[in-house]
Design a protein around this ligand. Structure first.
Ligand SMILES: Cc1cc2nc3c(=O)[nH]c(=O)nc-3n(C[C@H](O)[C@H](O)[C@H](O)COP(=O)(O)OP(=O)(O)OC[C@H]3O[C@@H](n4cnc5c(N)ncnc54)[C@H](O)[C@@H]3O)c2cc1C
Length: 427
């Protein structure tokens, strides 16, 4: 995959990451019980679970730990699945959709449990606002709350415009659903914490070790430029960064770029005047604006997804007007960091997971909600290796339409994006 320049620009997260020792690159041939490709939330979560259960695990990472979306996302820990419960229910029926929601709830708990267990210092903060850009969307918030109440998730509150404005220093929204059970953290420091825990549990991580091809069979071999890993099981955690490594998976997901800017530190008072309780915030548009304040009082503002591979020449200048449309008073504020990354979407925005043969597992396409879900899908793949596949099998029953390949792939998505932009504007 061709990476546009700013995709590699140094992010706020890299600038504030806790030290993590570089891992060697793979040289020579190894054997393992399980080979994992990709050192993001999915891969590291699976590796950690398996090593703690006594498996010999090797992780191969093309760049460095957290290089992909896990080290560069908005840090927003979300509830449920991106398209909401109804789309899952339409496919799996009510009872199984409820089980899926329970899995998504466990995904958030998994983060808290691991932060506690491995003492991961990553600025975890609970509280989340879903803000509506149009007054006509107020009924949607009530329906959303009712849906979650019925699922037993009751830590939510519908806020009127005036109640929201007591919490948020902008007047552009018309109300919000506030959740106490979603929140935000420093994703790269969480990812590095997972890697540290995995290494302590015996996982060998190799960085700068891109897997170039995979031989399938009763034993799987993953080959890099200078070595190979032969294993009984292979777990693929490459998400949007997979390129064409596994032809069977191409077309199941589509990479979409999302960009984030981080302001200079604003100071405690100014930061609190934007988001009083330090909640994470997202609007309810299809093309989402998401923002939050970091521990050192910067505003992190993300959004403006792009389905084309064209990269704006100056990301900071490109994103700034969006931020000012929400917080016009920040005109004088400097942008210290601007970066982007790839989100993997599926056609129905429900994650896609499954098996290739009997011993290769994959999970991807979290559609912008992978901060919590990716770790959980990694854990579920580990459960499969351990012989308990019930929960993973449930999720594999979700059907996905493949994206087209060839020359119409990108133009089709650009057109789809335009459609949603217009719909967001008209709604
Ligand atoms: C800008 C941005 C903002 C986002 N904001 C949010 C948010 O606020 N909330 C939310 O829930 N989700 C968000 N997401 C999505 C979320 O970050 C992802 O869903 C999640 O991190 C996916 O984790 P992963 O481990 O599956 O993939 P990744 O973290 O992308 O890891 C995949 C890894 O695989 C490696 N790899 C790929 N191919 C190979 C190969 N051939 N050999 C070896 N290694 C390989 C890559 O180098 C990469 O490190 C955002 C994503 C982006 C890009």
């Amino acid at each position: 995959m061709i990476m546009p320049a700013s995709i590699d620009a140094k992010s706020y997260y890299q600038a504030s990451a806790h030290p993590f020792p570089p891992q060697p690159s793979l040289k020579g041939d190894l054997t393992a019980d399980v080979c994992v490709i990709g050192a993001g939330f999915t891969g590291l979560s699976a590796a950690l679970e398996l090593a703690e259960a006594g498996y010999k695990v090797v992780v191969l990472e093309a760049r460095e730990v957290g290089y992909g979306a896990s080290g560069r996302n908005g840090g927003q820990i979300c509830t449920g699945f991106s398209p909401g419960q109804q789309r899952i229910e339409a496919q799996l029926g009510k009872e199984d959709a409820v089980k899926c929601f329970a899995i998504a709830e466990e995904a958030k708990k998994l983060i808290t449990d691991r932060i506690d267990k491995y003492k991961i210092d990553c600025d975890l903060q609970w509280g989340y606002l879903h803000a509506i850009p149009k007054p006509s969307q107020f009924d949607d918030l009530r329906e959303w709350k009712d849906e979650w109440d019925a699922l037993g998730y009751t830590d939510t509150q519908v806020l009127s415009k005036s109640q929201l404005e007591e919490r948020l220093g902008t007047r552009i929204y018309h109300g919000a659903l506030r959740e106490g059970g979603a929140g935000h953290f420093h994703p790269l420091n969480y990812c590095l914490g997972l890697a540290r825990a995995a290494i302590a549990a015996g996982v060998r991580i190799f960085e700068n070790s891109a897997v170039l091809d995979v031989d399938q069979g009763p034993m799987v071999t993953a080959r890099t430029a200078q070595g190979s890993v032969r294993a009984k099981f292979l777990i693929i955690g490459c998400n949007a960064y997979i390129g064409r490594l596994m032809p069977e998976l191409y077309g199941r997901i589509m990479p979409v770029t999302s960009y984030i800017i981080a302001t200079e530190p604003l100071g405690e008072n100014r930061a609190r005047s934007l988001i009083r309780n330090n909640d994470a915030v997202a609007n309810t548009n299809f093309i989402v604006d998401y923002f939050r304040v970091t521990q050192d009082t910067r505003l992190l503002f993300g959004g403006r997804a792009s389905y084309s591979t064209l990269e704006p020449p100056n990301l900071g200048a490109y994103m700034r007007p969006r931020m000012l449309s929400v917080f016009p008073d920040l005109k004088d504020v400097k942008i210290d960091h601007a970066w982007g990354g790839y989100i993997a979407i599926t056609s129905n925005r429900i994650p896609d997971c499954g098996r290739l043969g009997t011993n290769i597992y994959y999970a991807h396409g979290y559609s912008g909600q992978g901060v919590a879900l990716a770790g959980m899908y990694g854990k579920l793949m580990a459960e499969c290796v351990k012989g308990q596949s019930e929960r993973f099998d449930l999720l594999t029953r979700v059907r996905h339409l493949p994206f087209p390949g060839g020359p119409i792939r990108t133009p089709l998505l650009v057109a789809a994006m335009l459609f949603y932009r217009i719909r967001d504007a008209l709604k």
